[in-house]
Design a protein around this ligand. Structure first.
Ligand SMILES: *Cc1c(COP(=O)(O)O)cnc(C)c1O
Length: 374
């Protein structure tokens, strides 16, 4: 069976892991520090802090923004649970907004209708690594004093009008879960662009202590000064991350090749079978995170996934509409029928096997199997 995903293995990662275990296996060690610098260089963010996951980085954002019960955060209805749950943990209410039919990103034309006096933040997700319309988002958020938190789990190395994703929001988050372009099993990062938040981000991530300042020699002892939790990534995982980031050009080149081959070789089949391939607007440099297709309806999609399975290839669907999940429904900020694009694409979307090391022959088998589906 050709798997849906296979984590990348970087050439030096085991060697780096061994060195981290010998030298400094807890967090903020030399590997993690260098990985953070590479993230800053790649995204243009002002600072990067490695975290134990993207979910934890989002939780850190909710704390940093001092979100409380009653506050509202606008999130796409079509996203991973953590985009909303990290804010719910602080008692804030996620307000579900529908997505655009072309890019499946937060629909900026609906945003103003979701804003109330209690709105504090907007959390765009660059789905599949294709940018949201950031000019519109920024011009809606800025005059109203709303924070933008980019959930950039898919978008690392992507850009919008030449500016890297992760550099638009006051805060942005990355994921290094095994399913992401760059991975260390479980891991993440907080990117900070608002300098006013940097020092507190360090403190909250270090259990509410000023340990980072102590290690820099800026205070002579470290102590408990704020709320916080334990969100620092072990340098053993930081070592894997650094090895992968050092190979990012090759990883991204290989992912691009796989993506473009699907797009070219499936175009005719898609056109004659009423299947839509991904839309990448010309002003967006995508991150090659996934290759998805929209089948005409749920029954066709189910038949398609079964067909590919019988041909030895694992294809998978994606998010459930968050407002229709048990928890999302209970929060009640959108009812069934109120996010029609999300509800339709959740039924129709399928993702093909996609990873940097997908062999040409295997990809050829997937493509043949897709074309045999009618
Ligand atoms: C993967 C993902 C997350 C969660 O990442 P973790 O590192 O597993 O916590 C959050 N948001 C989006 C959009 C994701 O794809």
């Amino acid at each position: 069976m050709i798997p849906f995903n296979r984590a990348t293995v970087a050439e030096h990662q085991l060697d780096y892991v061994r060195r981290a275990m010998d030298q400094h296996s807890s967090g903020d060690g030399p590997f993690g520090r260098e990985a953070e610098q590479m993230l800053v260089d790649a995204t243009g963010a002002k600072r990067a802090l490695l975290t134990t996951s993207c979910t934890h980085a989002l939780e850190l954002c909710a704390l940093l923004l001092d979100l409380r019960p009653g506050d509202e955060v606008i999130v796409p209805a079509f996203t991973f649970v953590s985009t909303a749950s990290a804010f719910v943990l602080r008692g804030a209410t996620p307000v579900f907004c529908d997505v655009r039919a072309d890019t499946l990103n937060l629909d900026e034309s609906l945003l103003e209708s979701k804003i109330t006096p209690r709105t504090r933040a907007i959390v765009p997700v660059h789905y599949a690594g294709v940018a949201c319309e950031m000019d519109d988002l920024v011009s809606i958020a800025r005059p109203r004093g709303l924070a933008i938190v980019e959930d950039n789990a898919h978008g690392l190395f992507g850009s919008y009008k030449g500016k890297p994703l992760g550099s638009f929001g006051a805060l942005a988050t990355q994921s290094f879960h095994e399913t992401k372009n760059i991975s260390c099993g479980e891991g993440g990062a907080l990117l900070v662009n608002d300098e006013g938040l940097f020092e507190r981000a360090e403190i909250l991530r270090e259990k509410g202590t000023n340990r980072s300042r102590f290690f820099r020699g800026q205070v002579d002892k470290y102590t408990w000064i704020d709320v916080g939790s334990s969100w620092v990534l072990s340098d053993v995982l930081g070592a894997i991350l650094l090895a992968q980031l050092e190979e990012r050009t090759s990883i991204q080149r290989r992912r691009r090749r796989v993506w473009e081959r699907y797009a070219v070789e499936l175009a005719d089949w898609a056109r004659s079978n009423d299947v839509r391939l991904p839309v990448v607007p010309p002003h967006c440099e995508q991150a090659f995170h996934m290759f998805y297709m929209l089948l005409p309806d749920l029954s066709r999609r189910t038949a398609f996934i079964d067909h590919l399975g019988r041909a030895g290839a694992k294809a998978v669907f994606h998010y459930q509409p968050l407002h229709l999940t048990p928890k999302g429904h209970e929060l009640g900020t959108a009812r069934a029928g109120e996010c029609p694009v999300t509800e339709r694409v959740a039924d129709c979307l399928v993702r093909l096997p996609f990873y940097a090391d997908l062999a040409d022959d295997d990809q050829g088998r997937v493509i043949d199997a897709v074309r045999a589906f009618r």
